[in-house]
Write a protein that binds this ligand. Structure first.
Ligand code: FCB
Length: 447
């Protein structure tokens, strides 16, 4: 058997986000977020559900830490809910909300699991949205003030910070396509949101750097190769434009200091003197969320003239329900290492499923997820052998949870959650992951 190319300190983890798992939406002073609003908007979520209870992580976090311990992970990536700690987004602090993350962080540290804290995983306080949200340039300053609160409160125990999760997903889907909150479809609003979120990232990095000694600061980007849907020549330009929006609009200005060419022209009216230097701040690591490639087609009826295309028929899917292309993952990891020259952590990778359920004996068998994770882990190892600087891997997700616009119709967890009772049952994939981690640790001890 070839020896593992993983570093000795390679980090295995699991990821969640606040709105998707916490629940307790109306408890202990939490304020509403734009996702509470979207869930109550007709058509906002396919099954008409919401995150009011979700996986009830707010109350069951100790049980969830024990599940992580059983997996053997070294890190837990979670997000702080901005409206839980600042119910109106600014000014008035909610101590009870802050206390929750104290308990969570202390519990993780006691279990030997490193807390990885994401400041923003899509749940903007509704009170800030009412003042224009990300389309308002002031939102960057509101975000920086929120970062100060988090840094001062947790910076003695948390050293790993991500400013944002998947910049391009929440801005593109939230302001151009209406697949996410706040559900706007307007080009200028979208361009403003992109630029202001980039400014907020830069301001957040500065806050963390100045207030948290020894902080290791990164940002989490979704990057997926964009391929033109087969058939029409105009799909090529659609793919090139979607690539700028999806893959480049945030990491390029943040790490390289410039917007990609098509976007740079469009965004110019919103850029003020000194902005690019405010956005481009040194960071310590690159967080990659990756699931599979995406396909673009020209569609004149959309905000930017591109839409989501179909994968070629016959693409391998292994029962996952979407095309599975581990080679695209390997290539992405290599591309990232070359382009941005930062250590890469895979902060999300995993696979959904609508069928996961306990069988007659109470076991949850999810062979499709094991196949997916195995193939993607293999691709990661190939990337590392080829020179990719990959330092860690986090599965999305620890728990079945509220999957945004898909509500509770898609289960991404290694652990099954009965949403009626909150009961947790580790799936077969959880055992696979625990074994993967154990084998790697054993190999490390032998080496
Ligand atoms: C990513 C999100 C995460 C989850 C997974 C399935 O785009 O960051 O919250 O919804 O997809």
């Amino acid at each position: 058997m070839p020896t593992s190319p993983l570093r000795r300190d390679f980090l295995w983890g699991v990821s969640t986000s606040a709105y998707q798992v916490e629940g307790a939406a109306h408890e202990d002073g939490r304020g509403p977020s734009i996702w509470d609003t979207r869930c109550r908007t007709k058509g906002g979520v396919v099954d008409g559900s919401n995150g009011d209870v979700a996986a009830d992580h707010y109350h069951r976090y100790a049980e969830d830490i024990a599940l992580m311990k059983d997996l053997g992970v070294g890190a837990y990536r979670f997000s702080v809910a901005w409206p839980r700690v600042l119910p109106r987004g600014r000014d008035v602090v909610n101590e009870a909300g802050l206390d929750f993350y104290d308990r969570l962080i202390d519990g993780l540290l006691a279990a030997g699991i490193e807390p990885w804290l994401t400041l923003y995983h899509w749940d903007l306080p509704q009170a800030l949205e009412d003042q224009g949200g990300w389309t308002n340039r002031d939102c960057a300053g509101w975000f920086a003030d929120y970062a100060v609160l988090v840094a001062r409160r947790y910076g003695d125990r948390v050293k790993r910070f991500a400013t944002f999760n998947e910049f391009s997903v929440f801005t593109l889907f939230g302001y151009a396509i209406n697949w996410a909150a706040p559900g706007v479809t307007d080009g200028p609003s979208h361009l403003r949101a992109i630029h202001h979120v980039n400014l907020a990232h830069g301001a957040g990095v500065d806050v963390l750097r100045s207030l948290v000694p020894g902080a290791l600061i990164g940002a989490i980007h979704n990057r997926q190769q964009v391929l033109p849907e087969h058939g029409r020549p105009e799909n090529e330009e659609a793919a090139a434009l979607l690539d700028e929006h999806w893959n480049l609009a945030f990491p390029d200005p943040q790490i390289l200091g410039y917007y990609p060419p098509r976007l740079a022209r469009a965004i110019e009216p919103y850029v003020q003197a000194g902005d690019m230097a405010r956005i481009c701040r040194p960071t310590d690591w690159f967080g990659l969320n990756h699931y599979g490639p995406i396909f673009a087609k020209a569609d004149p009826d959309t905000t930017w003239g591109f839409g989501w295309g179909e994968a070629p028929s016959g693409s391998p899917d292994y029962g996952v329900g979407w095309p599975v292309f581990p080679d695209a993952f390997r290539d992405e990891l290599l591309r990232l290492t070359r382009r941005y020259r930062l250590p890469v952590y895979i902060t999300e990778n995993g696979c959904g499923g609508s069928e996961d359920a306990p069988d007659a004996t109470g076991q949850v068998n999810d062979p499709h997820r094991i196949t997916y994770l195995r193939l993607y882990n293999q691709a990661m190892m190939d990337a590392i052998r080829g020179g990719g600087d990959v330092r860690g891997y986090f599965v999305w997700s620890l728990l079945d949870n509220f999957e945004w616009g898909s509500g509770y119709t898609q289960r991404f967890g290694l652990v099954h959650v009965d949403f009626a009772t909150g009961q947790r049952t580790p799936k077969a994939s959880a055992r696979w992951y625990a074994e993967r981690i154990r084998a790697q640790k054993e190999e490390r001890t032998r080496a």
